[in-house]
Design a protein around this ligand. Structure first.
Ligand SMILES: Nc1nc2c(ncn2[C@@H]2O[C@H](COP(=O)(O)OP(=O)(O)O)[C@@H](O)[C@H]2O)c(=O)[nH]1
Ligand SMILES: [Mg+2]
Length: 457
């Protein structure tokens, strides 16, 4: 493999106590030798060592830093790798990167360290993606799933599917040509049953995908309801801080505010919108437009209506229009009203999808925090933590491709086609799974996987 040596700041840029600059590739040691002005031996592998780093051009001191050497293949990238833990801030790390570049290293592309780890066989493609998910995780559930994926939880399951395919091929071979003295051929029914078992395994995995994908960005939870319904107050109460402007004047929230929060450890993008009503004011009308766009994409709608006011005709029209989206009907300001007023809830919603709530008394807030993950992440909430979760479109596409080939294989056998013909579906199924793990690498897939990484990872 003809590779160059790459360098990047691996910690977030900006002011902080420490910054880490990483350099990986065949010249890592040579660059270290020059920067640290080592006349004699370099520091031992994996031993943090204080070093004075000097400008390679004029010998001036850049920083005193802690240097850690890793010898390939026992490193993150699988190559020789050096980490400089220098003082943080905007300048020092950049000076060190520049010095490395002056000594022949190249600035790394986003995700290039992890990409090298993949190319060197340290991780498969699904694990590499999980590194990025782990860094981006904003909730305990996302964190847990990304960690499991990094530990090959999902990869192991895909391996098991591949093994299932291989076993099925073995059955098929046995069915096609068996030696005279051997057992009788495997009956077709047995192969069909094996295919059906595999299909069920695929379905189980694919069933986690819709919720798994939400884990990465957070489910969009949008507050809706007419002006003065108490949306902004609820938004603030859920965030635990005064984010939205709350006023008694109707129509003050004109833009949409968005914040990432976790409820029960699951990530949500909570959005406060302008109230929905016919409006004269141009700016408020724009706010309502924004609200509509959010509501159209919502994973769950928190529909607010004051507990002591009936649902209006407009409210009902709204609820009718969003039958497909899960809705929690929230009777707000419950402290102002006595017994629960009947809001005339539409038939499809269960009692648990509506609750009385007051930001004054706190009634209903915890119930809502519990209810939301159950509504949006139902199967993940109840699943065992060990269950691998499919978190990306790329996974879904590969699994669906493999699944449909196996389904065609099964259908061919059921239709009584010759086994040799049915068997042509098995190889494409295997290929799809191999691409998922990156066993066979496809250049444009790599680009997509590593494009969204940050530099230095
Ligand atoms: N008593 C009481 N007043 C509330 C409650 N929630 C909101 N309000 C008041 O209702 C008014 C409208 O609230 P706001 O959150 O701005 O509603 P929005 O227009 O839907 O965003 C404000 O005067 C709030 O103080 C509540 O739980 N109890
Ligand atoms: Mg508001």
């Amino acid at each position: 493999m003809d590779v160059d040596t790459i360098v990047a700041l691996s910690t977030a840029p900006g002011v902080g106590a420490i910054a880490v600059v990483r350099i990986s590739g065949p010249d890592a040691d040579r660059v270290l030798m020059s920067l640290g002005q080592y006349g004699g031996p370099l520091p031992e592998f994996r031993r943090a060592t204080l070093a004075e780093l000097r400008d390679p051009l004029d010998g001036s001191l850049l920083d005193r830093a802690i240097v850690t050497r890793y010898g390939g293949p026992a490193s993150y990238t699988g190559e020789d790798l050096v980490e400089f833990a220098c003082h943080g801030g905007w300048l020092i790390s950049e000076l060190i990167v520049q010095a490395c570049v002056a000594l022949g290293a190249r600035r790394a592309d986003p995700g290039e360290f992890t990409q090298r780890a993949y190319l060197r066989g340290k991780v498969d493609l699904v694990q590499a993606e999980a590194v990025s998910d782990l860094i981006e995780a904003k909730s305990r559930a996302s964190h847990r799933v990304a960690l499991a994926q990094m530990e090959r939880g999902l990869s192991r399951r895909v391996d098991a599917l591949r093994e299932g395919l291989v076993r099925m091929e073995a059955l098929l071979v046995h069915h096609l040509d068996f030696p005279e003295e051997d057992d009788p051929p495997v009956p077709v029914a047995e192969i069909i049953a094996a295919a059906e078992g595999l299909l069920a395994d695929f379905d189980l995995m694919l069933s986690t995908a819709p919720e798994g994908e939400l884990l990465r960005e957070g489910a969009l939870a949008v507050l809706a309801g007419r002006p003065n319904a108490g949306k902004s107050s609820l938004y603030n109460a859920l965030l635990g801080e005064e984010r939205a402007i709350v006023t008694e004047e109707a129509g003050t929230t004109r833009d949409a505010l968005e914040a990432v929060v976790q409820f029960g450890g699951f990530p949500f993008r909570l959005v406060d919108t302008a109230g929905l009503r016919e409006s004269e004011g141009r700016i408020e009308r724009m706010g309502i437009e924004v609200a509509r766009r959010y509501i159209d994409r919502a994973d769950v709608i928190l529909f607010c209506c004051p507990a002591d006011e009936p649902l209006t005709e407009a409210d009902r029209t709204f609820l009718e229009a969003f039958r497909e989206t899960p809705v929690v009907l929230i009777e707000t300001k419950s402290d102002l009203s006595g017994a629960s007023m009947s809001m005339g809830v539409r038939g499809t919603k269960t009692a648990s999808d509506r609750l009385r709530l007051s930001v004054e008394s706190g009634e209903g807030l915890d119930d809502l925090r519990q209810l939301l993950p159950q509504m949006v992440y139902a199967s993940l909430v109840s699943a065992s933590p060990e269950r691998p979760v499919v978190t990306r479109q790329r996974h879904v596409r590969a699994l669906e491709t493999a699944r449909s080939e196996i389904a065609s294989f099964r259908a061919a056998l059921v239709d009584g086609l010759p086994a040799e013909i049915a068997a042509t579906h098995l190889r494409p199924a295997e290929t799809a799974l191999e691409e998922l793990l990156g066993v066979v690498s496809v250049e444009d897939v790599l680009d997509v996987v590593f494009r969204d990484f940050c530099v230095g990872k």
